[in-house]
Design a protein around this ligand. Structure first.
Ligand SMILES: [Zn+2]
Ligand SMILES: [Zn+2]
Length: 377
């Protein structure tokens, strides 16, 4: 295993400036453009980058000095990290980016991805992202189901190039970097020895081909943001907080990749009269006290319309009655839940002279102590 300091040809006490100077000199010597077809120089060039990446980073250098490795995940990070643009900052070394870009055909992703893709791991045809959105529906719509039309602005396949990325009528040529395979093999030295990995070709991002002229509409990205309508069938019995997954209604994929999915969060508005728990609906009705005393058949509002309810004589205020099969449907079956109604008895606030006489008579009959005289009313 080669020591990173030896690779750069500097002592362990080298300053950042020494490292930078040594790196720059060696990088120019070993640059593939100067050593065409020289595999050894290519390997050394990669080792050099790996060594510099670790030693130019204060934290990584410290860990390397201490443990002989920059971090526990070094084997997976080292060169691969730098390659993808995460580990290196080309700005902190003038000239470095130039070298790197000529080697990798301009596919260097240090400043975000080269063509502005939002997917950092983009590879040729790539599936579009899943999208999340919310929709408010009415209480009754949740009970009985509905169809909604949503306006969503999301990436769609570019209609100008039909998702190919090149300007129509212009040619697409085979990627020279990877010979059209879309992948390149990278061999690098790590503390575990030589590791060979296959990576997405940075020049063509895995497509194996590059356009002569990128599409003028989508700038070669194969897709564009567009406003569109999505129709959603919301099943009866859906509950507040449910998420519906609409397959293939998310963002368009890149270069013919499949669409992502649309995740729709359902929010059900409150109802002034009804509340709901699963398939059970709840409401309350206020009736005159005398109906509770003597019993009556009253009309109760349900989502399915008015329903007759028999209130027996002697019903106390706050009694809950169950009306079978007048609740919400279940998502899984045709069966309806129940409607539960709580009955509140209302005491009359104003009495006619005759009513008052009758109540006083009633009080006397039942031996109940009450106030006397009209003045109190
Ligand atoms: Zn286009
Ligand atoms: Zn390529």
């Amino acid at each position: 295993m080669k020591n990173f300091y030896d690779i750069l040809g500097v002592p362990k006490t080298a300053t950042d400036a020494d490292l930078k100077k040594a790196y720059r000199k060696k990088a120019q010597e070993l640059h593939p453009d100067k050593n065409p077809g020289n595999k050894e120089a290519e390997t050394q060039f990669k080792e050099l980058q790996e060594a510099y990446e670790v030693l130019s980073d204060g934290q990584k250098r410290q860990r390397y000095d201490q443990f002989g490795s920059a971090d526990a995940g070094f084997g997976g990070q080292g060169f691969g990290g730098g390659f993808g643009g995460q580990g290196f900052n080309p700005n902190d070394f003038n000239g470095f980016a130039d070298i790197f870009e000529s080697f990798f055909g301009g596919g260097f992703g240090g400043q975000g991805s080269p063509n502005g893709r939002d997917d950092k791991k983009a590879k040729g045809p790539t599936r579009g992202k899943d999208i999340e959105t919310e929709i408010d529906i009415k209480f009754e719509e949740a009970v009985f189901g509905t169809t909604k039309h949503l306006e969503i602005t999301k990436p769609e396949v570019c209609s100008h190039c039909t998702g190919k990325g090149n300007e129509p009528g212009t040619a697409v040529k085979k990627c020279e970097q990877c010979g059209g395979k879309g992948q390149v093999r990278m061999t690098r030295q790590t503390i575990l020895g030589h590791i060979s990995t296959v990576q997405t070709c940075p020049a063509c991002e895995g497509r194996g081909e590059v356009p002569e002229k990128v599409c003028t509409e989508c700038k070669g990205q194969s897709r564009m943001k567009q406003k569109g309508e999505v129709s959603v069938t919301i099943p009866k019995g859906i509950e507040d907080g449910t998420t519906i997954r609409l397959k293939g209604k998310g963002a368009a994929g890149f270069f013919g990749g499949e669409y992502g999915d649309l995740f729709l969060h359902i929010r059900v508005s409150a109802h002034p009269k009804f509340s709901r728990e699963g398939t059970t609906l709840y409401s309350s009705e206020t009736i005159p006290m005398i109906q509770g005393v003597l019993g009556a058949t009253i009309k109760v509002d349900t989502v399915h319309g008015k329903v007759n309810l028999k209130v027996p004589a002697g019903t106390q205020s706050g009694t809950q009655f169950t009306i079978k099969d007048k609740g919400a449907p279940s998502l899984r079956s045709e069966k309806l839940g129940d409607h539960k109604v709580t009955v509140t008895l209302k005491v009359p606030e104003k009495l006619s002279r005759r009513e008052k006489e009758l109540y006083e008579e009633l009080a006397k009959e039942s031996g109940t102590e009450v106030n006397k005289g009209f003045g109190l009313f």
